[in-house]
Each structure stands twice: as C-alpha cells, then as structure tokens.
Design a protein around this ligand. Structure first.
Ligand code: SF4
Length: 320
C-alpha cells in the first residue's frame, strides 16, 4: 500500500497562559493521529474549542506543535528547520474563514495573485500573466477582475480570489478552515462545488475543518470527530452519518436540523457546556456530558481503537 500524503501521529499542542505564579497550560490538542491520502477529503468536526483549527495550523507549522509527528510526503515537518519548511510551503496551503481578512485591501487582484509567483519564484516572468489568467478561469473569475480591489467583490467572489491565490503554487494539500462559514447560504454551495471541481482537476487533498455537518456530509470521504483536543471517532462519512458509534458523534448528528418532518426523530441534545481546556475532565473528557457514562469513564482514558475496518472509536462501551 502506498504511503498517505499526510500522516499525523500523536500531535500535541499546549499553550501556556498567564504568568508566574499562576501560569496555566491549555491542552488544545492532546495526541491526535490520522492519515490523509492524495485526492481525499477528510472532515474535522467538533464544537468550538475542540482544537480543530489548532490541528490545521500545527500541520502547516503556522504554529509550533508541542510534540508528535506530521509526515508530509515523507518529510517530518515538526523536525524540519524553518528554512526547510519554507521550501515545502508552496505544496501546503490554507484557506481561511474570512476571505476579506485574508486579502490585502490595498492590493489589486493582479497584485494579490502575482504575489505567490514572486515570493516562491514559481515561473519565468513572461509566463506569469498566462498562469494568472488560467487561475481566474479555474476559479470562475474574469480577466477584467484583475484591475479591481477586494472591496469591489462579494464575499463569495473574495473567497474565489483567496482560493485562486492558494492554487498558484500548485499545492498537494489544502487545509480549509471553515471556508464557507462567513458566506451567505446562497453562495456556500457554489464555493463547495468549486472546491470539489478543483479537487477533481488537481487531485488535491483537503483537510476540511467545519462545524457545518451538512457541508461535511456532502463533500467528505472520511470524517474525524474531535472533542476537547482528542479524536473520538474516525470513519467513512456515509457510515458515520448513518450509524455513529461514539455518544458525542451521535449527539452532534442529532443536533443537525432535519428539514423533512417525516424524517425527524427523538433527539438527545448535548447537555452542559464544553469544559475548560485548562483543566479538562479526567478519564474520558466527555464523561460529564455523556448519557452512557459509567464509573470507569471518570478514571480511564479511552484509546482510539479500530472497531471495524476503517472505523476507529475512543469509547469504553463500543465493542469491536
Ligand atoms: Fe461516554 Fe464513557 Fe464512552 Fe466516554 S468512554 S463516551 S463517557 S461511555
């Protein structure tokens, strides 16, 4: 079997907050492991504060991981020097939630799209204009847009510009951090369709971070569910949505609104707030909110184990 494009193994990220004598540790990511193949979309879901975005940023070394391995196409990014990571950077890109915030308002579209060619020295100068025109065509923009500025565009069009910029260095991996969350509902699916079309065209691997389970269900091959810095379930998307095994995944899916009244069923809403990452609950982090918790759950950390082929769950009560 060929090696996956990305292998994350035991990823840990702790933040130190406050000063002496009250310094505290935020356990944002606590031993996360998964793989991502070329051309695959893995969804990373969980409530806000679960550590999804921190995982995405650690993978790209936008923030320094505390421990663990991030193997990208055979390179352990955590052990590489900053200079060595910079050389790989063109192949790993990130699309942010707020396109307006990620585009310099004083730069024209031409300057925004030209910037990666200059920074990474991607092409001879006489080939750059043709490449930029191709980026516009690939992302549904027009040549006339090159003279305009970000404020001349809608949110959806701004996200197309941001995506076009990330495509310039021909990446293999894109981390999409809530890429449609700030957009009107009417344009969300257009942007999702764009991502899917680009994936088909360029065999891109996506790590899609989102709290929107309808988007995750629509586009992901597999889904990884995070709770308080740990993965609790990883499975093919269709199986996970049809028969979630972990009580937290079940509650998340139960909370998704179902438009068809005939399909609605009894819900088990998630009770309580997400606990603090500074002092997470002992044992299974989910035990204070879990309707099935037993004594063992308070003291023993459930490990993520394979319960069926291609299906991993971290719960003492799930057999397999
Ligand atoms: Fe619930 Fe226990 Fe399973 Fe955690 S290990 S999800 S508390 S049953």
């Amino acid at each position: 079997m060929s090696e996956p494009l990305l292998r994350v193994d035991g990823l840990v990220k702790h933040f130190h907050v406050g000063g002496w004598p009250q310094a505290q540790v935020v356990h944002a990511v606590d031993g996360v492991s998964f793989v991502l193949d070329r051309g695959e979309t893995l969804g990373l879901v969980g409530e806000s504060g679960s550590g999804k975005t921190t995982v995405g940023r650690c993978i790209l070394r936008l923030i320094e991981p505390t421990d663990g391995q991030v193997i990208f196409d055979g390179h352990d990014l955590v052990r590489l020097s900053a200079g060595e990571v910079r050389k790989l950077r063109p192949r790993m890109q990130m699309v942010f939630q707020d396109p307006a915030g990620s585009l310099n308002p004083r730069f024209s579209v031409w300057r925004i799209l030209n910037e990666p060619y200059k920074r990474f020295d991607l092409l001879p100068k006489d080939q750059v204009r043709g490449a930029i025109l191709q980026l516009l065509a690939d992302t549904g923009l027009q040549p006339a847009d090159l003279e305009k500025y970000p404020h001349n565009f809608s949110g959806g069009q701004q996200q197309r510009i941001a995506v076009a910029r990330t495509l310039a260095p021909k990446p293999d991996l894109m981390v999409l951090d809530e890429p449609t969350a700030s957009l009107d509902v009417s344009v969300r699916m257009q942007i999702i369709d764009l991502f899917q079309e680009l994936q088909r065209q360029f065999n891109l691997a996506y790590l899609l971070i989102s709290h929107d389970l309808s988007v995750i269900r629509h586009v992901c091959n597999r889904v990884a569910v995070m709770y308080l810095g740990r993965l609790v379930e990883v499975a093919p998307a269709a199986d996970l949505f049809a028969h979630p095994k972990h009580p937290y995944t079940q509650a998340l899916i139960d909370a998704v609104p179902i438009p068809d009244p005939a399909m609605r069923h009894e819900r088990t809403p998630l009770k309580g707030e997400v606990p603090s990452l500074i002092s997470p609950p002992s044992g299974c982090h989910f035990h204070p909110r879990c309707p099935l918790a037993v004594d063992r759950c308070q003291v023993e950390v459930p490990t993520l184990r394979t319960v069926e082929p291609d299906w991993d769950v971290a719960c003492h009560l799930v057999e397999g």
